[in-house]
Structures are given as structure tokens and as C-alpha cells.
Design a binder for this molecule. Sequence first.
Ligand SMILES: [Zn+2]
Length: 318
Amino acid sequence: MTELTEITIVKETLEELYLEKKNSAIQIAKKFGVGRTAIYNKLLKNNIKIRSKSEAVKLYWDNLEDHSVRSFKHTPEQIEKMCKYQNKPESIKRKKRQANHLNSIEMISKRVKIIKEKFNDPIYREYRSNIIKKSYTQERKDRISKKLKGKPKTEDHKRKISIGHKGLEHTKETKKKMSEFHLRPETIIKYRLLMEKKWEDPEYRKQNTGLNHSCWINGDSFKPYTYFFNTALKKKILKRDNFRCHFPNCQRKEDLCVHHIDFNKKNCTPINLLTLCRKHNIKINYNRKYWKLYFKKLNFQRLGIKNSLEPFLEVYCY
Ligand SMILES: [Zn+2]
């Protein structure tokens, strides 16, 4: 066969058929009564570039005269058969199993890990960002935002987002944007109303008070103060601290109260006491470890006491 083709097909005819008329290799092979591979070999020998698969597919759809293939529709009998198959309990179970497997935390975190590793490469990051910049024009963004506005996210969607965002840090610009958004009066009012609605529900109140509260430490706040923590001592401490709040970047002179740095109500030595405004005294109850160390250091620096004296100063007043 190969010998025959070498004789019959000349380079010029090949170029005419393949490049100008844009016939496929199979069509040419049919004309000459040979196999497809023989034509490919001939093309390679004559230094003619073979089309890629995507190019070939595009050509096929462009040259298609009979459009019945494009608007292909299943017959009603076929549709009935397919529906029967899809509604089988076995196939439904299989679909559910597949979905559960794909949406499990392990699988999502695996996928996220692969993507994060890819994005650590600066070349890949640039490549992806260029694609996104090209494809997401302003018009398209507006269209998407219009469609998604006011649509609540499902619980599953939220869970996936939270897994994807784990371990990532916001840039300074986004932090600034977020803080600006959260300090708008509209958002403040909106979230306050939402919280009020939530607190009206008795079950929500049960879940977020008392033993179930995230800051519950053996009912510490209900324990009484000692006899030594009286108004005279408080006045002394306020005078020492120039009647102002000592939280970083806060200098309020109203609504002041005296704070136990140690979070121990029985430890009333003056080094363990500091004046704070009411707002910051509440804020400190979150992330207690950090604030304990921070104010300890601050008081030692302010009052000019060396760290070596620390163990002797932790005297408990009962
Ligand atoms: Zn303050």
C-alpha cells in the first residue's frame, strides 16, 4: 500500500487538498483508497504541518452543511428510558455517595491545598491573573453582581468558602476596605437589628449565655470582690493613672473603671490594677492571655519596677 501512495500522491495535490480546500486526512484517504496513517506519513515527509485536534474540531463544525447534528434532540422514548435509569434507587444512591465524597472536608482541603501550592509559584500566579483580567471585564462583573445581589448563600457554600480561606491573610488594602465597610452607620444599624432579632429567640439565648457562652470560666464574673477592693483604693488607682484609659491608642477620661490585670479578683496589689474605660474593659475579656502579658509589661515599665521583683509582688489579699 505504501508504495502505491508514494507513486500516486504528489506534494502539490496534497497541499491543495489539505491546506487550501481544508479536507481532513480521512477524506483524502477515502479518495485515494488508502488508510489514514498513510496520509499522515505523507504529510510529515513533505513537511506539511498537521492540524491540532482543536483546530480540526473547529473546522468540522464550520464546514458542517447538515445542521441537524447540531440541533440534535432525543426522541421521547429515549428520554423516558433515561429518566427511568436516573430515577432508579441505585443510581440516586450512587450520585449521593459521589456528591458526599466530593464535598467532604478532606476532599475540599485536598483540592485547596493543590491550588495553594500552585499559587505559591509567582509565574503561575501572573499567568492566572492575566487570564482573569482579560476575561472579567467591567461589564461582566456588573452583570454577575446584579445577578448575585440579595441572594443568600447556602450553608454548604459558606462551609466551602471558610475551608478555602483558612490560613490566608488579608492584604492591608482589603483590611482598610473592610474596616471602612464595618464602620458605616448603615451596616452598624443593620447588624444591631439582626442581633436584636436573634436575641428574641429563646433557643438562641440559651445557646449563648451562661455555661454555653464562649467566655465562660467557671462563673468567675459572679464571684464577689474582696473587702480591700473598695472606693478608696479605686480612687487612689485612678489618681495614679491620671484619670484616663490605658488601652493602646485610647485616651478617654469618662466611664472609667479599675481592671484586674491578673483576672484574679483577690489580687488587689496596686501593680495588678489599671484604669480602663468600660468599653475596653469588656473587650479585654477576649484573648485574655495576650492582654494579661501586655498590661503586666506596661505596668512594670510605667511604675519603674524590675521584672526580678515579680514573684515577691504577687501577694494575695484575702
Ligand atoms: Zn479605652
